[in-house]
Design a protein around this ligand. Structure first.
Ligand code: 4AD
Ligand code: MG
Length: 457
């Protein structure tokens, strides 16, 4: 057999070439050399295949080249495809020729333990490892599922600006930049803009990078993250939660359907994902506070091991949660432990939420909004609300929050020219993929994470 006749193919397609000579190109994952035989594992982006090299059947220079290949060298391997049930992917290659395309000298990431800071410093190379590939593949599938979901439901995609003059969420976490002498910010949200596109298209969404100068070093915070934000005319807060529920079920189902191999690499317990079915529990913020405090009181009253009453007031006794405070990661984890699927917490106190949320007519201390908390302690993955549609009330909130009124004139205009009830939400992509993949830190679910202490690579 001559290798001129070999067809170029992908590892994924080897099953269609059994018994024939092919050429596959990719990168060397591992190489094991014995006296008479060597095994090379090649990764081509569509799969991995093991090449077998028999010393007795190869010219000396081919054997020499093959057995000196370093980890992550880029090569083309030519050989006959053999079906082999034990091989990864079910096939192996009886290699007859090797072409070195790009040498690799001492690849920094070795098949051993490395510290995470080292790996993040080498993120440009770390992307090639199996766990990272699996996580990013799930991310890409989830992104596609998101677009499909909204496209199939007649939403029009609106691309919103990244450079903006208006504060979207909170003044405390803005990245500021100089825009030809004017103050500009990196967008914290596309929401205010998709709201304006509602009267044009009725149902719209944006999906893009958003920025928060959060000084949080937690496993759930990035300074640059991707957010999907739908906005629907004539939808109230309950309709909004219905849409979120349908949306989350769609995304999780898609991951379970198309990412089995990746979830296996990530050792994800998919049983937890299979219970993600409607309806999701809905519990108001005030009910949550009562329940948190009842639990804390119960824990304080419970007798300890000596039979003495619990030590209320002892330094580690759970403290009362005060109505009005925003829920933090600790409370969110407790709340999600009450349920086996995502849970809606709705109608938070006004003071804990953004200026644009509509006042709750039944309890004006609160606003018509919701967070969606993921199970297993992954915390808030969605924040949503019905929007204030009255221009005067909206202006009052802008003033109360001491936001620069003139920067929001256009946003208030939406309420001056044919105002309408509308609602929407924002889903954080990395937090969602972090939960679906079961990874401990969301920084692995974005190709190049931006963290408070990391801008490179
Ligand atoms: O709750 P947030 O701040 O809501 C908004 O931005 C609204 N404008 C959305 C809307 O109604 N259109 O953020 C929405 C989601 C959060 O639930 C969380 O998943 C994610 O964005 N998120 C972050 N993800 C990673 N790192 C951060 N620093 C994040 N901040 C928010
Ligand atoms: Mg939020």
């Amino acid at each position: 057999m001559t290798h001129e006749k070999a067809v170029r193919t992908l590892v994924r397609d080897l099953s269609g070439h059994v018994g024939r000579a092919v050429t596959v190109s990719g990168w060397i994952a591992t190489l094991r050399v014995h006296a008479r035989v060597a095994f090379v594992v090649l990764r081509d982006g569509t799969g991995v295949v093991q090449g077998v090299l028999a010393r007795s059947e190869l010219a000396d220079e081919v054997w020499e080249l093959a057995t000196s290949l370093a980890q992550e060298s880029c090569v083309a391997l030519t050989g006959v495809v053999r079906a082999d049930a034990r091989a990864p992917g079910g096939h192996e290659l009886a290699v007859s020729a090797v072409e070195l395309i790009g040498a690799s000298d001492e690849f920094p990431i070795q098949p051993k333990e490395h510290g995470v800071e080292f790996l993040l410093d080498h993120r440009h190379l770390w992307l090639r490892s199996s766990m990272q590939r699996a996580g990013l593949k799930v991310r890409a599938e989830v992104e596609q599922a998101i677009h499909d979901f909204f496209y199939e439901r007649d939403f029009v995609r609106i691309d919103t600006p990244i450079l903006t003059g208006a504060i979207g969420e909170s003044a405390g976490t803005l990245f500021e930049t100089d825009y030809f002498g004017e103050r500009a910010f990196l967008a914290q949200t596309g929401q205010l803009y998709v709201e304006c596109a509602c009267p044009a298209f009725r149902k719209v969404y944006c999906f893009g990078p958003t920025f928060r100068a959060e000084k949080s070093k937690t496993r759930r915070h990035l300074t640059e993250f991707w957010m999907i934000e739908p906005e629907v005319a004539f939808a109230d807060s309950n309709d909004n939660m219905d849409l979120q529920e349908e949306f989350i079920c769609h995304v999780v189902e898609r991951a379970l359907d198309r990412c089995q191999a990746e979830l296996e690499v990530l050792e994800r317990d998919t049983g937890m994902l299979e219970s993600v079915r409607p309806p999701f529990p809905r519990i108001s913020y005030s009910e949550v506070v009562d329940r948190l405090n009842a639990e804390a009181a119960g824990a304080a009253d419970a007798p300890d091991a000596t039979g003495a009453p619990g030590a209320a007031g002892a330094p580690d006794a759970p403290r009362r949660f005060e109505w009005g405070r925003d829920l933090g990661a600790v409370e969110e984890t407790t709340i999600s432990s009450w349920f086996d699927r995502p849970v809606f917490v709705y109608n938070y106190p006004k003071g804990a939420k953004a200026f644009y949320m509509k006042e709750n007519p039944d309890d004006p201390r609160t606003v018509l909004c919701n967070d969606l908390l993921a199970p297993e302690g992954y915390g808030e993955i969605i924040g949503g609300s019905q929007r204030e549609d009255d221009p005067d009330r909206l202006l009052r909130r802008i003033r109360e929050e001491e936001l620069p009124e003139e920067a929001y004139e256009w946003y208030v205009d939406l309420r001056r020219y044919g105002t309408f009830p509308h609602s929407g939400f924002g889903l954080g992509l990395e937090r969602t993929v972090g939960w679906i993949t079961g990874r401990p830190h969301i920084r692995e679910l974005v190709p190049f994470p931006r963290l408070i202490n990391r801008l490179k690579p």
